[in-house]
Design a protein around this ligand. Structure first.
Ligand code: GUN
Length: 292
C-alpha cells in the first residue's frame, strides 16, 4: 500500500506556480489576481476561503476577498459579480458555496463570466469539459486527476467507480475519468444515494472515488484487493482530543481499507490540499489566457 501524499504534491505544484509567476512579473507582466466572494459566517467556508487567500500569497498572486453579510440581497450580489466581470485587473474569481437559502445559487453561477470562472462551475465550462474543449475544470476533480498522473496510476481500461453525483465533484469526475486520454480512459460507473446493490459495484472498482460526504461510509468489505482509493470526504466531526473541538473525517474507513489498497489518499493531507492548488493553477491559466 502506498499513501498518495497530496500535501507533498501540492507543495511541489505551488513552487512550480510561484516560479512561473515570478517569470511573468520579472518580464513586466501583470501579477495574477484571484478574487473571492464570501457571504455570511459559515465556519467551514471561512476556513476554506482563508486558505485560498493564504495560498495566493504563497504563490505570489494578488488576492481580493469580498465579504458580505448573510442578508445580502441577490440583486446586490449580482451587482458585485458584474463588477468583477468587468474589472480587467481580476483574472478569475470564485463565489464560495453554499450561499444563504434566499439566494439562487444557479443564477449566481450563471452570472459569472465563463472566462473568469476559475471554479469551473459555469454551464459553459461544464459543457466545454464534456465535449473535450479547453475549459476551467472544477478544482477537486482536477486535483485528483493530477494525483493519478503524478503517481503514474494506470487507469486505462480500468473500472472507475465514483460515489456521489454533485455538480462540483462527482459529475465532473466521472466525465474526466471517461475522457480519451492517459490517466483517464476508464470505464466509469457513477453511483449515488439511489444506487441498488452498491457494494457489488464498489467491489468491482479498480479506482474508487468516494465523494459522498458521509464520514467513514466506505468499509473494507466494499473494496477490491489492490484498488486505488481516493477519499474526497472532509466532514467535520466532534472530537474531544483536539483543541478546536472537531476533526476531519473522510468518506473512507481508512484503518481497515488502507491495508487492502495499492494506493490510498489520507484525510487530511490527500485530496484537500490539491483542491486549492488546482484553483491556483486555474487562475494562472486564466491570467495567461490559455483557456479562452
Ligand atoms: N464549496 C465547497 N467547495 C467549493 C469550491 O470548490 N468552490 C466554491 N466556490 N465553493 C465551494
Amino acid at each position: 500500500m502506498e499513501l498518495i501524499d497530496g500535501k507533498k504534491i501540492s507543495a511541489e505544484i505551488k513552487l512550480e506556480i510561484a516560479k512561473e509567476v515570478e517569470e511573468i512579473v520579472s518580464k513586466g507582466g501583470k501579477r495574477p489576481h484571484l478574487a473571492a466572494i464570501l457571504v455570511g459566517n459559515d465556519g467551514a467556508s471561512e476556513t476554506y476561503v482563508n486558505s485560498k487567500v493564504k495560498s495566493c500569497e504563497e504563490v505570489g498572486f494578488a488576492s481580493t476577498l469580498l465579504r458580505f453579510n448573510e442578508n445580502i440581497l441577490e440583486t446586490e450580489l449580482l451587482k458585485s459579480i458584474e463588477k468583477l466581470n468587468n474589472d480587467s485587473n481580476i483574472d478569475g474569481y470564485i463565489v464560495q458555496l453554499p450561499l444563504p437559502k434566499h439566494i439562487n445559487e444557479n443564477k449566481i453561477i450563471q452570472a459569472i463570466a465563463p472566462e473568469k470562472d476559475v471554479d469551473g462551475f459555469h454551464p459553459i465550462n461544464v459543457g466545454r469539459l464534456v465535449i473535450g474543449l479547453p475549459s476551467f475544470v472544477s478544482a477537486t476533480p482536477a486535483g485528483i486527476m493530477e494525483l493519478l498522473k503524478r503517481y503514474n496510476i494506470n487507469t486505462q481500461g480500468k473500472h472507475c467507480v465514483v460515489l456521489g453525483r454533485s455538480n462540483i465533484v462527482g459529475k465532473p469526475m466521472s466525465i474526466l475519468m471517461s475522457q480519451k486520454q492517459k490517466y483517464a480512459n476508464s470505464t466509469v460507473t457513477l453511483c449515488h444515494s439511489q444506487t441498488e446493490n452498491l457494494k457489488e459495484i464498489t467491489k468491482q472498482a479498480d479506482i474508487l472515488i468516494a465523494a459522498l460526504g458521509i464520514p467513514e461510509y466506505v468499509t473494507a468489505d466494499m473494496v477490491k484487493d489492490g484498488a486505488t482509493v481516493i477519499d474526497v470526504g472532509i466532514t467535520r466531526v466532534k472530537s474531544e482530543t483536539t483543541k478546536s473541538g472537531w476533526k476531519l473525517k473522510g468518506d473512507v474507513k481508512f484503518d481497515e481499507v488502507a491495508p487492502k489498497c495499492s494506493y490510498i489518499t489520507p484525510v487530511p493531507g490527500g485530496v484537500g490540499p490539491m483542491t486549492i492548488v488546482s484553483l491556483m493553477k486555474n487562475t494562472l491559466l486564466s491570467a495567461k489566457g490559455e483557456i479562452y
